[in-house]
Design a protein around this ligand. Sequence first.
Ligand SMILES: Cc1ncc(COP(=O)(O)O)c(C=O)c1O
Length: 398
Amino acid sequence: MQDALLLSARPGIIQFSLGLPSPDLFPVEVVTAAFADLLSRGSSPLQYGPPTLTLKSHIVSLMRTRGVECTERQIFLTNGAQQAVYLIVGILLEQGREVIAEELCYPGFQQIIGFYKPEILTVPSDRQSGMDVERVEWYLERGARPAFIYAIADGHNPLGTTLSDEKRQRLITLCCRYSVPIIEEDPYGFLSYREGAMPPLKARQADLVFYVGSFSKILAPSLRIGWLVVPEKYIPYLAILKESLDIDTATLSQHLAARMLDSGFLSQHLARLCSAYKCHRDTMLAGLSACFPDGSQWSTPDSGVFIWVQLPEAFDATHLLKTAVDGYGVAFMPGSAFCIRRNDTTAHSSLRMNFSYPSTDLIKEGVLRLGAMFAATTLGRTNGLNQNREHIANPWAG
Ligand SMILES: Cc1ncc(COP(=O)(O)O)c(C=O)c1O
């Protein structure tokens, strides 16, 4: 993961590797106005301060738009979703306990639990409907009592999947039957590209689902504001743990975000993000169809910012990354970066492609270049793929 990040951070590289928001879609004017207004009212946002109630109220309203009913007293503000997961894992996981997680899993989560050295009971994931809930049931029926199940129901990182309605219900039934909590990470759930998006798991079970939200992908990651929605009794423990880490969530950021949300711009902003990212997604999908090797597979993500591509097995994505960066100026994240088991070879021919950060023009250029790279590999040549990217039909023409 670190090697891939270093490679892709070189200037001039077309970036498909990280889950960054588009720099063209930051609400710069709203930030500027909110900032000026905030500081014209006094210097208190520059002081240490308790969690901002106004911001919590905005989050309560935001959660309601996804079908989650909660109160300000159940909201815990954090420095991003990453810290939220860190804190809730710290509360739920003791050394030596088991956890259930998918075989392909967000590396930030793996780093957090690594400290506790838990036994990870891994479950496979279907590329359309998400986590294999039958396997979860299999573990629980055989007596496993994990500290929690880790799930991303919408805009899965890295797979881009949406957990099906049936699986959501079954997962909730299982967590209730066996009293096993779920940590539901949802940084991408507000970026939905289809009509009638499903409510998160939290909307179906209030007590056992620990919900993690974030403004990183929908306002700006530099605000570093995330939140937990948890049963109220956990809040004091979270507060103690967080105070030992960093005292509080940056007061200035909290007030700034609250001021921005006061203006009521968010619903319009979300609509703009969803429409733009849907266009990015479709541009990338068209390019993959035209330029990637025959036999490659991917699914259309309904939410989030990633497409998971399965190349024909003979391709090694980890190996190809260096060629892609050095020879073609394009970076992606090889699937192996997400494997929980280091010796898992199933993901070696997969890659995660981000479509939110690059503009549609860069998406076109980057996918064409990758197509040329695949064609130029020995494998591409033996499969008769075009070696010259001028020969690849332009999928965006007309
Ligand atoms: C699943 C997941 N969790 C957490 C994060 C980090 O979010 P934040 O910036 O809110 O800490 C990301 C960002 O890429 C993510 O994909």
